[in-house]
Design a protein around this ligand. Structure first.
Ligand SMILES: [Zn+2]
Length: 389
């Protein structure tokens, strides 16, 4: 008795209906997909996080002992809090040739279209397998995919020979993106009455010095620009996103913390900025703080690190996906994806998926139905590529 069959649009409706905002568990969606695949005789392997509330899903259609083509999508979405939605974000509404709903562009549609086509994949005799790789917590630092990538080549079967990450590119073939490395820096000063500033160590002011150093470093990165890279902007950027410090105007602040990141050009040294920042902190700033307060300190912790995707003209992923997308060119994008993580594991990877990144994270997010059809046609060409006849 074969399992239920969904059209691509019906499957998009189904996946969007699960509220998989990154702070929530994604298990209801994962269990739905697992059960759906099982009903078609396809087994899934789940890799869970420590809490047991999040899971990746990996499934292979076709022979299990040879490397295949992996279709990769993240299951989580960004929050809708505070956004002005005209419709329920978790119920797909079709209007004027578009499907509205959270995750329609970023990026449940790619996974949904692939899932809807599973019965079609099964009906053909695949010589090269198609793998489905669904991850959790992409939107909060690409935390889920590494757990799955670790088990490729072992528990999950052979490493795929190509990974297609279906983030929204309007079905363009993207072969490069920047990496993103995020940090939290805490400055612990020494409290004092503000009339006795010399007895205190002002955590806010020392944090400002550290931030000033980052701003200068950012200018230095800008001077190293490589316009031919195609990136906008064509250099590594540094950015401070949040800062919290101090308790009252008349107290020398004890604590100040800020979060910062750099978005690294592919091929750039991932450690340079952090090392120079720490050297400045330890050699220039901490000694001055300690001359007044022995217990003062600066601590910097890594919050997340997503490697960039490096262009590789020899990559079989580029050649295959350009042929499938009927495109003779590749593009670069500014946002980071899990593609860099797959590539770092040695798997040729490109990004190519339906919908526009301009819709990602927006209220009233939508995908054009024409993009759904373009992705379906793309996957059907892939199917023709990987089956015997
Ligand atoms: Zn995404």
């Amino acid at each position: 008795m074969p399992g239920p069959v969904y059209s691509p649009v019906e499957m998009i409706e189904r996946l969007v209906s699960f509220d998989t905002t990154s702070r929530e568990s994604n298990l209801p969606l994962i269990h739905f997909v697992r059960d759906y695949l099982a009903s078609h005789g396809v087994e899934s392997a789940l890799t869970c996080d420590e809490s047991g509330k999040k899971a990746n899903l990996y499934a292979t259609i076709g022979p299990g002992d040879v490397p295949g083509i992996a279709l990769s999508g993240h299951t989580d979405v960004v929050p809708v809090d505070g956004q002005r939605w005209h419709t329920d974000p978790f119920r797909v509404v079709e209007k004027d040739g578009r499907l509205y709903g959270r995750g329609t562009a970023d990026m449940k549609s790619f996974s949904a279209i692939a899932l809807a086509m599973v019965p079609e994949f099964i009906a053909r005799e695949l010589t090269t397998p198609i793998h489905l790789a669904l991850s959790f917590d992409e939107e909060v630092g690409c935390l889920g995919a590494p757990l799955m990538i670790e088990q490729l080549g072992a528990e999950l079967g052979p490493q795929p020979k190509v990974v297609i990450v279906g983030e929204p590119t309007d079905m363009a073939v993207v072969n490069a993106h920047k990496g993103v490395i995020c940090f939290r820096t805490r400055v612990r000063g020494l409290e004092a009455h503000s009339s006795a500033a010399h007895r205190g160590v002002n955590a806010v002011q020392y944090a400002a010095q550290l931030i000033g150093f980052l701003v200068d470093l950012g200018e230095e990165m800008k001077a190293r620009e490589t316009p031919e890279s195609g990136f906008d902007p064509p250099y590594t950027t540094i950015h401070v996103g949040t800062i919290h410090g101090g308790t009252a105007q008349n107290i020398i602040p004890l604590d100040c913390a800020f979060t910062w990141e750099y978005r690294l050009m592919p091929g750039a040294d991932p450690d340079e900025i952090r090392q120079r920042f720490e050297r400045f902190a330890n050699e220039q700033v901490v000694p001055r703080m300690r001359s007044v307060g022995a217990d003062t300190m600066i601590e910097t912790e890594l919050v997340s690190a997503v490697p960039g995707l490096e262009p590789d003209g020899e990559s079989p992923a580029e050649a295959l996906v350009m042929a499938l997308a009927r495109s003779n060119r590749t593009e670069v994008v500014a946002y980071a994806t899990e593609a860099g993580q797959f590539q770092q594991a040695g798997i040729p990877t490109v990004v190519c998926g339906p919908g526009s990144i301009l819709q990602a994270h927006q209220p009233n997010e939508y995908i054009e139905l024409s993009q759904v059809r373009a992705c379906e046609a793309f996957l059907r060409r892939l199917l023709n590529e990987v089956c015997a006849a």
